[in-house]
Structure formats: structure tokens, C-alpha cells
Write a protein that binds this ligand. Structure first.
Ligand SMILES: O=C(O)CCC(=O)C(=O)O
Ligand SMILES: [Fe+2]
Length: 359
């Protein structure tokens, strides 16, 4: 495969074209695990209102950005400066703001490994991931919060519709997974800037973000508003990097680790990376939306709802290795955040938690 499939979602409303769309979706799910969707129904102004803010958001003063630092947030929400985040131990050449569904703190206390014993609702440490955003001052960026909230709501709605389509492609009743998303999980949105690499950036990589599979959610919906051909997807079949260039009017969709684990590897969490732009290019901006997960759910429970014929799709593949410590979805999420932002983790979760989740 040299190009990723583009699924035209307008076919969902057309009984003649719908079966072909579902066949295309099945092929994309079980083959590459990465696809584009067009005619997705998110209104263009919802997208352009948000993207128009991106340069101004990143041009906020250093003091304003520092006031929003992730270091203030046990929920790993807020700003992280250039190359402060790591992927597999390498610094990523990007700067970013993390936002999430606006939800209050629910965590009621707990300790490392508390999830193993079950415990009362919301006492496990991973519930501390859920909590409120850090918003820029409205006077500094008037309208930004409303634009991001509209975008969040539209993408959340799209993600639920898309999961219904996946259920149809799996031939299971539409709405099967709805139970797992009640009460509504916290979805996450990253606003990312990849500045062009200058000679003053001395780094062992030239990657905006290193090779990784997504661990932040159930599914990812990526908006590429800049023209750069920077995103690449590792073909599971050939081991080659397939370009995933921006295609106007589309989102790129891919699947997180939890989805791969729940389908026992039938749908892959495909590895991808982003090349940093080279001078004299303009900065690249991107906006991944990570559809949230019910933090208390267990992979094995979700798997009970996946039909045998889907699980059997994996038969010619190596099953992903599963560590029982990360079987609770919230534990796997906490591990991901602790590993990518060790400084935030040490401050809020302490060295023992960092040691436990870094293994
Ligand atoms: O910026 C992009 O195009 C992709 C970013 C990404 O893969 C991620 O944040 O997980
Ligand atoms: Fe990613």
C-alpha cells in the first residue's frame, strides 16, 4: 500500500453506497489501521475558527504560557514548551497545549497500585488524570475558549458516530460500545506547533514526534491544517513509511493501544511519526483529538463484546504482549502520561509512582 484509504462518509446516508463503505472500513481496520474520512459532517467554520487561533495561541508571551504550564496540573493539562515532552526517551521537537473535556476533579485519594485491589469509586490514582483545563485569559485571546469548546463538542459527536460505524463493520449491534462511554469520559485535544528546525537546535533526532502508537485514547481524529507533508505511517506489512499528507476537508483516523488490546490485535495501533519542518518552511500546526476512555474499564471486559470473527482476524499475527498491570485502562493512561512528562509526574504523583509506572 502506498497511500492511505479515504472513506467518504456521505455514503452512510445512501443505502446503495453504504455496503461498499463498510467493506472499505473493514479493510482499513484490519489492514493498515489508519485512514482518512471526508464529508464527516463537522462544519467548516467550527474548524477554521479554531485553526485561526493557532498562531496567536503560540505567540502568547512566555509569561502567559508559563502561567499555563502543565506543571500546575496533576491532570497533565496545559502548556509544555518546545522539546519538553519525550517519546520513547527522545525529546519531541514540538510545543503544545493539552486541553480536555471540561470536567471537575473526581479523585478522592489513593496510592500507587491502588487499582490492583479494586477500591472504592474514584479512589484509584489514575482518576487524578481527570480534572479541569487551564484556559488562557479571555482578554488575551477573546473567543478562543468558545472556539475550542465548539470544536471539542463537534469532534466528540463525530467520534461516537464513527464508533457506531465500526460496530456495523464488525457486525455487532450499533450502540454496543455506548455503555463503555457512560458516564462520558474525558476526551483530550492537543494543539501542536512544530517550528522549523534551525541550526541552533541540537538534537539527536529531526522528528517533531518520534515513532509511536497512540496511547492517549480509544481512537484519534487528527486535523492537519498546515500544508506540510510531515506525517508518516509505518506499514505493518512492509515496514515502509507511508506518507499521510494533509488532504483538505478530511481527518486522519487511527486507533489507540486500548483498541488494539481490546480487539486482541485484530485492529492495530499503527506506529506513526512526524518529521519536523526544515527551514525555510513555516511552522506546522496540527490538532489531534483523542477520543477518551472510561478509565475504570478493563480491556478484558471490552473484549467480551468483540465478536469471534473479529478476534480471529489476528490469527496470522503475533498477539501484542499484554502486561496485566495495564489491563485497567486508567492505569495504562497514567503510565503514558507519567512517561512522557516525568517532571509533572514527580511533582504531583511522587517518585514512587514515577518508578512504578516507568517500568
Ligand atoms: O502532529 C501530527 O500530525 C500527529 C501527532 C501525533 O501523532 C500525536 O500527537 O500522537
Ligand atoms: Fe500519534
Amino acid at each position: 500500500m502506498s497511500a492511505l484509504p479515504i472513506l467518504d462518509l456521505s455514503a452512510t446516508a445512501d443505502t446503495n453506497r453504504r455496503p461498499e463503505l463498510l467493506a472499505q472500513l473493514r479493510a482499513s481496520l484490519f489492514d493498515i489501521g489508519f485512514l482518512y474520512i471526508s464529508n464527516h459532517g463537522v462544519p467548516e467554520p467550527v474548524i477554521s475558527h479554531l485553526t485561526a487561533f493557532l498562531p496567536r495561541l503560540f505567540d502568547l508571551s512566555e509569561a502567559s504560557k508559563a502561567a499555563l504550564s502543565k506543571l500546575n496540573s496533576p491532570h497533565f493539562l496545559g502548556y509544555s514548551g518546545f522539546a519538553e515532552e519525550t517519546t520513547r526517551g527522545e525529546r519531541d521537537l514540538r510545543e503544545q497545549f493539552d486541553f480536555a473535556t471540561e470536567l471537575p476533579l473526581v479523585w478522592t485519594g489513593g496510592d500507587v497500585g491502588a487499582a490492583k485491589g479494586g477500591g472504592e469509586a474514584y479512589s484509584q490514582l489514575f482518576w487524578r488524570l481527570r480534572g479541569p483545563n487551564q484556559w488562557p485569559e479571555e482578554s488575551e485571546l477573546p473567543g478562543f475558549r468558545a472556539a475550542l469548546t465548539d470544536y471539542h463538542d463537534a469532534l466528540a459527536a463525530l467520534s461516537y458516530c464513527f464508533v457506531h460505524l465500526v460496530e456495523e463493520a464488525f457486525s455487532i449491534p450499533v450502540g454496543t460500545f455506548d455503555n463503555f462511554f457512560r458516564p462520558a469520559p474525558q476526551h483530550r485535544i492537543k494543539l501542536v506547533k512544530y517550528p522549523p528546525i534551525t541550526p541552533s537546535i541540537t538534537s539527536s533526532t529531526s522528528l517533531g514526534v518520534g515513532p509511536h502508537a497512540d496511547t492517549s485514547g480509544w481512537l484519534t481524529f487528527l486535523l492537519q491544517p498546515s500544508p506540510h507533508n510531515s506525517l508518516e505511517v509505518l506499514s505493518p506489512q512492509t515496514g515502509e513509511w507511508i506518507p499521510a499528507p494533509p488532504v483538505p476537508g478530511t481527518f486522519v483516523v487511527n486507533f489507540g493501544h486500548a483498541f488494539e488490546a481490546a480487539t486482541a490485535g485484530a485492529v492495530r495501533a499503527t506506529v506513526h511519526r512526524v518529521r519536523a519542518p526544515e527551514q525555510p518552511a513555516e511552522p506546522r500546526y496540527s490538532v489531534p483529538f483523542f477520543m477518551g476512555l472510561p478509565l475504570g474499564a478493563r480491556v478484558s471486559n471490552v473484549r467480551e463484546w468483540i465478536p469471534r470473527h473479529v478476534l480471529e482476524m489476528r490469527k496470522d499475527r503475533e498477539e501484542p504482549e499484554e502486561d496485566p498491570r495495564w489491563e485497567v485502562l486508567g492505569e495504562a493512561q497514567l503510565r503514558k502520561w507519567i512517561r512522557s512528562h516525568v517532571d509533572v509526574a514527580k511533582k504531583w504523583y511522587g517518585s514512587d509512582a514515577v518508578a512504578y509506572y516507568s517500568q
